[in-house]
Design a binder for this molecule. Structure first.
Ligand SMILES: [Zn+2]
Ligand SMILES: [Zn+2]
Length: 357
């Protein structure tokens, strides 16, 4: 018997002010290969801010943001084998791909040209997708992740975007191998995850930050091996040519040259942040020493599951500030000022029905 579409309650941005308020809508009827999920927690990513405020010019209002989702399965279609009611699951930044292109065939569906985003995307039935700042989700089983038991669900939520975004290139470029010396640029939501994975891989981790005040926190609490202030020319010079790889998480414009100088010959730098302005790359900075510069966006479903399993084994979760839904507009403002250590996570199940303030 055909299921009926499901009423949903979310919080949506209505215009470029980016202000969110309660919004009633409906989720599609659960299909044979769909999983229905009660959302427990959802992280707030920089992308949510960009989309809510239409900073990339593609917002389809009303927009329900949120793509760092942890929830519990409440129902599955007849064709679903890997999930059952009661399972703790995660959903990241995409919930579909074409399944036919070269990237999909190779298991890198995150690079699919027809990638279906979890929010502010156009679903294959033409509907606009709405994200995890909502009480319920309906997602095809192939894009649902298993969240290991033992991980705190709130701290696990940011793994679904921030976590996989740094884990995937670290593994892809072999920066997780024993003996590696890794630089992590920026100590925010993504950066602190890169530090945690790096320490769990057993490699040497140096944080490069523009904020000297983050030094003690990085060294004493996160256990980084060294800390460089990016505008301290002497400190940077002393560390030149010492790193096998760098993961650059900064999403504001910044010079690449001083960072590339930190790499050993044939070192690899990966950009995972997306500054809105073009970045300047002097060719000599990579030609000399045969260095490589790459970009990476989130990660495949396979990488994301591997990352979650690794996080489960090593007890890795994000450092989060859990907030109620009615705090979301303040949280977005604070995120814009980088005033969070290190990720806001909304207690969706505990507060979705509250009134706007
Ligand atoms: Zn994200
Ligand atoms: Zn594809």
């Amino acid at each position: 018997m055909a299921q009926e579409s499901k009423p949903a309650l979310g919080w949506a941005a209505r215009d470029a002010s980016g202000l969110l308020s309660p919004y009633s809508f409906s989720r599609r009827a659960q299909k044979e290969d769909d999983v229905t999920i009660k959302v427990l927690f959802c992280g707030i990513c920089h992308t949510d801010l960009h989309v809510a405020k239409n900073e990339w010019g593609n917002a389809m209002y009303p927009v329900v943001p949120g793509h760092e989702i942890v929830g519990v399965v409440t129902g599955v279609g007849r064709g679903v084998r890997s999930f059952k009611a009661g399972d703790t699951v995660g959903v990241g930044s995409f919930i579909g791909s074409c399944r036919a292109c070269e990237s999909c065939a190779k298991g890198y569906e995150n690079n699919c040209p027809a990638l279906l985003l979890t929010c502010n995307g156009v679903d294959y039935d033409g509907a606009t997708t709405q994200g995890g700042f909502a009480d319920v989700l309906v997602v095809n089983q192939d894009y649902v992740l298993r969240v290991p038991e033992g991980l705190p669900p709130a701290g696990a939520a940011p793994l679904l975007c921030a976590g996989v975004t740094v884990y995937s290139p670290m593994v892809q470029y072999g920066l997780n191998a024993p003996g590696m010396r890794l630089g992590v640029v920026g100590l925010g939501g993504l950066g602190h995850m890169a530090v945690k994975f790096g320490k769990a891989f057993g490699i040497t981790v140096t944080v490069i930050s523009s904020s000297p005040r983050k030094r003690s926190e990085a060294v004493e609490r996160l256990g980084v091996d060294a800390f460089l202030v990016s505008h301290d020319a002497e400190e940077m010079k002393a560390a030149a040519g010492t790193m096998d790889g760098i993961v650059d998480t900064v999403s504001a414009g910044h010079p690449l040259l001083p960072l590339l100088e930190l790499l050993k010959p044939m070192g690899q730098m990966v950009l995972v942040g997306v500054p809105t302005e073009p970045m300047v790359l002097p060719a000599s900075a990579i030609v000399t020493g045969g260095k490589r510069l790459a970009g990476s966006g989130v990660g495949s479903v396979r990488d994301c599951q591997a990352m979650l399993d690794f996080a489960g084994e090593h007890g890795i979760a994000a450092d989060v500030e859990v907030v109620k839904m009615e705090y979301v507009n303040t949280a977005m403002e604070r995120l814009e000022r980088n005033d969070v250590r290190y990720r806001f996570v909304i207690d969706v199940a505990g507060s979705i029905g509250c009134a706007a303030v």
